[in-house]
Ligand binder design. Structure first.
Ligand code: BGC
Length: 414
């Protein structure tokens, strides 16, 4: 369902039927795995410390597809939460409906324009005004590796290119392990495809094909090769992957059943919650071919206009999210890095330190690109349609040629 279709329903319901949220801060999010729940608990603590009552509106389902469906229903019925986890272009789509609170006052007080990297601040603004507050920066193009499994399989080093990947994965399987831990859900399929496409085509191609949705780039032989490579990777996933949640796939790396998982660094939240140490118990490496690129995914919250405009709750919530202390503790649990510029990274682990350094370096080199699998790059209608194509490809014998043609059609959806 496109957000635009909600306009009329919203305009009439918002003005009359919203309850006052004087001090109840209801927050919709999809942070329900072990590591995610620990992070959400920190947000709750921070809001409660400001004297508000936290009302948890958690909708299970990695990647947030379920949460977005539930959010639309709540808003249409005239009962939106105070804040909701919404990302990328969808922020603009919601803002265009006229239902979001303007956060300029608190942004000015807290100096968001100097606090945030411009690449982040731009996503949070609609027509020059802040309508969302960012929480973190996740990197998506990671490969999580169990080094013990590699060792037991006689593999010296994790693959650095997709060409090496096939042979190494086969070796791991011969040793009796699952090569790739994966959960067969559309958003996870798209997450793998995104890293494959970036590794195969590089950031310039990625930007043209998946951010600018340029028909020539989408129909190019590079996209064909990306699907061929995805088919190869698919071959190294286990037969029980269908419907598996992402954190259960991460658990397969943690407990030594599988060797590698392609997932954003919220997976690190699971390793951390399990007491695992990077560099020793697990490795965080860039997905093959993507070492010089960074697919960013910024969690952020939009805040809905309330009938009895209680800007105190709104401002307290937004300022808590960007406070130094919250950024420190939340991101250490979540696996992401702070979104504030110049945050002291000394207490973060090696993966986060690498992520922070790579974020800065790729921002200069042109390797910094938004994650389309995590709603940072494409209009929501196109994003959903593209995800459907990738997922059907993963679950059928669709040819790469057909997949490219379908991708082109999907990219035109608005
Ligand atoms: C979100 C993360 C979340 C992950 C899995 C991503 O889209 O940005 O915050 O942990 O989905 O649920």
């Amino acid at each position: 369902m496109k957000i635009r279709y909600l306009t009329l329903a919203l305009a009439s319901t918002l003005a009359f039927s919203l309850p006052a949220f004087a001090d109840t801060v209801e927050v919709l999010h999809w942070w329900t795995s072990g590591g995610e729940a620990k992070s959400a608990a920190e947000l709750k603590k921070m809001v409660e410390a400001k004297g508000h009552t936290w009302k948890d509106f958690a909708v299970a389902g990695g990647g947030g597809d379920n949460a977005m469906t539930v959010l639309k229903t709540r808003v249409v019925s005239g009962n939106p939460p105070l804040a909701a986890q919404v990302k990328g272009p969808a922020i603009q789509e919601w803002a265009a409906e006229g239902v979001l609170a303007n956060l300029d006052d608190i942004a000015k007080t807290q100096k968001w324009d100097t606090l945030l990297p411009p690449v982040v601040a731009n996503v949070m603004k609609y027509q020059g005004h802040y309508v969302a507050v960012p929480v973190n920066v996740h990197r998506v193009n990671w490969m999580w590796v169990n080094p013990e499994v590699l060792k037991k399989s006689g593999v010296k080093e994790a693959p650095k290119t997709w060409a090496e990947f096939d042979a190494i994965a086969t070796k791991i399987e011969k040793a009796g392990f699952i090569a790739v831990a994966h959960g067969g859900q559309p958003w996870q399929d798209n997450t793998v495809f995104e890293s494959v496409a970036l590794g195969v085509g590089g950031p310039e191609y990625y930007d043209k094909a998946f951010v600018k949705l340029d028909p020539a780039a989408i129909s190019s032989p590079t996209t064909l090769k990306a699907f061929d490579t995805l088919r190869m990777v698919r071959k190294h996933m286990d037969k029980d992957m269908s419907g598996r949640d992402w954190n259960l796939a991460t658990a397969m790396i943690i407990n030594g059943k599988a060797a590698m998982q392609f997932m954003g660094d919220w997976a690190k939240g699971e390793f951390t919650a399990a007491g695992k140490v990077p560099g020793k118990d697990y490795l965080c490496l860039a997905a093959p071919g993507t070492a010089k690129s960074f697919t960013f995914n910024i969690d952020s919250f939009i805040v809905f206009k309330q009938k009895n405009q209680d800007s105190k709750a709104t401002n307290d919530f937004a300022s808590a999210v960007l406070s130094d202390s919250f950024q420190e503790v939340f991101n250490q649990n979540k696996g992401s890095i702070p979104v504030r510029l110049g945050h002291d990274m000394s207490k973060f682990d090696a993966c986060a330190q690498k992520s922070a350094a790579d974020f800065v370096a790729t921002n200069k080199s042109g390797g910094l690109v938004p994650s389309f699998a995590h709603q940072m790059a494409q209009p929501s209608a196109a994003q959903g349609a593209i995800q459907d194509v990738v997922s059907s490809f993963m679950n059928s014998d669709m040819s790469s040629k057909d997949a490219v043609a379908k991708l082109l059609e999907a990219s035109k959806k608005r």
